[in-house]
Design a protein around this ligand. Structure first.
Ligand SMILES: [Zn+2]
Length: 83
């Protein structure tokens, strides 16, 4: 339970920027890293090492926090934030 809450807080700290309709950049102000998340064949992919690691082990459907951040960004899409 607390683990889930912590990961949600972590995702909340990430800044998602939309590049195109299917490409996003996720910035982590705590680590100063930017990763690119994009949609391909209905699946989200990320450039971060964690994603590469899990995908290389064929963990289908595994999502890193950057992908989760993009998904929650899209869920909140109807609530437009200005500026
Ligand atoms: Zn990632």
């Amino acid at each position: 339970m607390s683990r889930k809450r912590r990961s949600e807080a972590e995702i909340g700290a990430l800044e998602v920027r939309r590049i195109t309709s299917r490409v996003f950049e996720v910035y982590n102000p705590m680590t100063n890293h930017i990763y690119r998340v994009w949609e391909e064949n209905g699946e989200f992919k990320c450039t971060c090492p964690g994603y590469q690691f899990h995908r290389s082990k064929m963990e289908k459907g595994w999502m890193c926090k950057h992908i989760r951040a993009v998904l929650s960004f899209l869920e909140k899409g109807s609530v437009e934030k200005e500026g």
